[in-house]
Ligand binder design. Structure first.
Ligand code: ADP
Length: 284
């Protein structure tokens, strides 16, 4: 299918989605939200705090139903928790009584076809989990418990857990948000390596605009609540990207451009360039 990417149906299609929490008088979190993500694409979603970014993640992974509109992943309407997705959140959420290796292998115990195969092919799966841990620099820590690892190391393990069942879709909600800046930047580079190796489709929610530009192929900007996508920017920098890129003028200009959009969105204004996403042109 690679050769026909341009013609392929988007892997994630969010079509005119609205979401209201707590009945008809409740909070309208998303309103007329449209978004499409191609297979293998890395998309970052940025926007003012409380604009509905996490809500969008919950709808795509089927953890909540939308109030109106449709969410389609891999050609099928999402109507319950999605088994093709791997997820990582701001808090690492590792189970404290399990070793790192056992934590990483957890999704294999609950998603098919792995669950069925795990007993007879445990050695193969364990090798896979070990390889992922080595990829993010955790070789030698397989049999430690989470409390024996730093926050950054726990977050690396969480990323391995999100990836171990070969998810076609990786959903990342502020996964590096709780880390110090050096650890966070190291993890961006590791994340990039993981994505180049495994090539999942990724949706990353972040309030860190540098992170969005460093990691993504495309950045989508949301309005203030009720959230919808008001603009997008394609990130033109070739891969692999090195951290030095973040100090260059074109990188910083793109970050500033995003920041201007978000400031305007917070004030409830539409930037002159904030036309519907499909009509926007790429960053200069
Ligand atoms: P973001 O991730 O962009 O900060 P959220 O998606 O978490 O925003 O929230 C969007 C809006 O929906 C906020 O006003 C928030 O208070 C509200 N909200 C989020 N979760 C719930 C919930 N479970 N019940 C009621 N309101 C909620």
């Amino acid at each position: 299918m690679d050769g026909m990417t341009g013609l392929e149906r988007p892997f994630v299609e969010i079509d005119d989605v609205s979401m209201r929490y707590g009945g008809t008088e409740g909070t309208l979190a998303l309103h007329h939200c449209d978004m499409q993500v191609k297979r293998g694409e890395f998309v970052a979603v940025v926007g003012p705090s409380g604009c509905g970014k996490s809500t969008l993640m919950r709808l795509v992974t089927g953890l909540w139903p939308c109030s109106a509109g449709s969410v389609i992943v891999a050609g099928r309407e999402v109507d319950g928790p999605l088994s093709v997705a791997g997820m990582a959140f701001q808090a690492p959420t590792l189970l404290p009584w399990r070793t790192i290796l056992q934590n990483v292998m957890l999704p294999l115990e609950v998603t098919e076809p792995h669950r069925r195969r795990l007993r007879s092919e445990r050695a193969m799966y364990e090798e896979k989990a070990r390889k992922l841990l080595a990829l993010v620099g955790l070789k030698g820590f397989e049999h430690k418990n989470p409390h024996q690892l730093s926050g950054g190391m726990q977050q690396r393990a969480s990323l391995c857990r999100a990836l171990v069942h070969d998810p076609q879709l990786l959903m990342l909600d502020e996964p590096f948000g709780a880390l110090d800046v050096f650890t966070r930047e190291d993890l961006w580079v590791e994340m990039q390596t993981v994505c180049e190796t495994l090539k999942p489709t990724v949706i990353l929610v972040t309030h860190d605009l540098k992170e969005a530009v460093f990691l993504a192929d495309r950045v989508l900007i949301m309005s203030a609540r009720p959230g919808r996508i008001i603009a997008e920017r394609t990130v033109p920098f070739p891969r692999p990207r090195a951290l030095d890129l973040t100090y260059t003028q074109p990188f910083q200009e793109l970050v500033h451009d995003l920041r201007d959009h978000i400031s305007a969105a917070r004030r409830g204004e539409d930037m002159p360039a904030a036309v519907p996403a499909q009509e926007t042109t790429h960053a200069a």
